[in-house]
Design a protein around this ligand. Structure first.
Ligand SMILES: Nc1ncnc2c1ncn2[C@@H]1O[C@H](COP(=O)(O)OP(=O)(O)OP(=O)(O)O)[C@@H](O)[C@H]1O
Ligand SMILES: [Mg+2]
Length: 253
């Protein structure tokens, strides 16, 4: 990653509360073009809130959110046209088939017939869903369902893809396949922001931001973080636990 790479997504001292819950307590981070950036943290850390802010689906209480140099929540923002989003929870139409879901999202993005035909073929190919186009989304395996959600979010060729826990509930083989697919897309120039509670997935990212209870407690390349803590590169979990311990002064459960 070159130092001059453009910043695609930026949070500056962002705060967001839901009632009495401080979901984000002043988070600042910058994601560069072409990067795989991992938002890593346990349940309730603020990953989904961060992603929703980046997509313009939520407003911050304080601080600034910039996505592709715009305020993604501004009424006339065109950012959504360049953004792909796969939310954490099921977002497909379960009683529609693979084919029907793809067609539905193509209409949402106002894809031309030709464009859709080309994208459909390519996405069915890379997700290997081609044999299952007639299958209802509800009847797909967990891994296939995630791949279909991904395919639907990629129809309009987003420059930035936001994935909220894309491999949750996916078997190890499908997880690896999903990651290979994602690397392929990044290789073609896409920027990827992915949230995960899994430490082994953190190691797959170019850089990670470690979120804990609404705060970014560390940021950097996984290997730099493991080296700084004197643990094996594969032992990202040890780094996370050490950072949480340091951050909370041992108060964390
Ligand atoms: N709409 C909401 N209303 C009330 N509280 C919310 C809402 N959205 C998030 N929160 C709270 O804000 C905190 C951060 O939530 P968030 O969903 O961002 O966490 P997360 O890191 O995505 O967690 P998970 O891994 O469980 O998905 C949590 O305490 C959560 O309960
Ligand atoms: Mg979440």
């Amino acid at each position: 990653m070159s130092a001059e790479a453009a910043v695609d997504v930026e949070l500056k001292d962002v705060r967001r509360a839901f009632g009495a819950t401080q979901a984000l307590r002043g988070v600042s981070l910058a994601v560069h073009a072409g990067e795989v950036y991992g938002l890593v943290g346990p349940d309730g850390a603020g990953k989904t809130t961060s992603i929703r802010l980046m997509a313009g689906l939520l407003l911050p209480d304080a601080g600034q959110v910039r996505t592709l140099s715009e305020d993604p929540a501004a009424p006339r923002s065109h950012v959504r046209e360049s953004l792909g989003l796969v939310p954490q929870r099921n977002t497909l139409y379960g009683d529609l088939s693979v084919e029907e879901n793809l067609r539905f999202f193509a209409r949402l993005f106002a894809l031309s017939k030709e464009d859709f035909a080309e994208r459909r073929a390519r996405l069915l190919d890379i997700t290997r869903l081609g044999r299952f186009t007639d299958r209802r989304a509800d009847a797909l395996s967990g891994g296939m369902y995630k791949k279909l959600a991904l395919a639907c979010a990629l129809l309009h060729r987003p420059r930035v893809l936001l994935l909220d826990e894309p491999t949750n509930g996916v078997d190890p083989v499908s997880r690896r396949e999903l990651w290979e697919l994602l690397y392929g897309l990044v290789h073609e120039g896409m920027t990827l922001i992915v949230s995960t509670p899994y430490m082994d997935e953190a190691a797959r990212c170019h850089r990670v931001g470690l979120l804990y209870a609404g705060e970014l407690i560390a940021q950097g390349a996984p290997r730099e973080l493991t080296r700084a803590h004197g643990v094996a590169a594969s032992d990202f979990e040890a780094v996370f636990l050490a950072l949480v311990e340091k951050h909370t002064g041992g108060r964390a459960a």
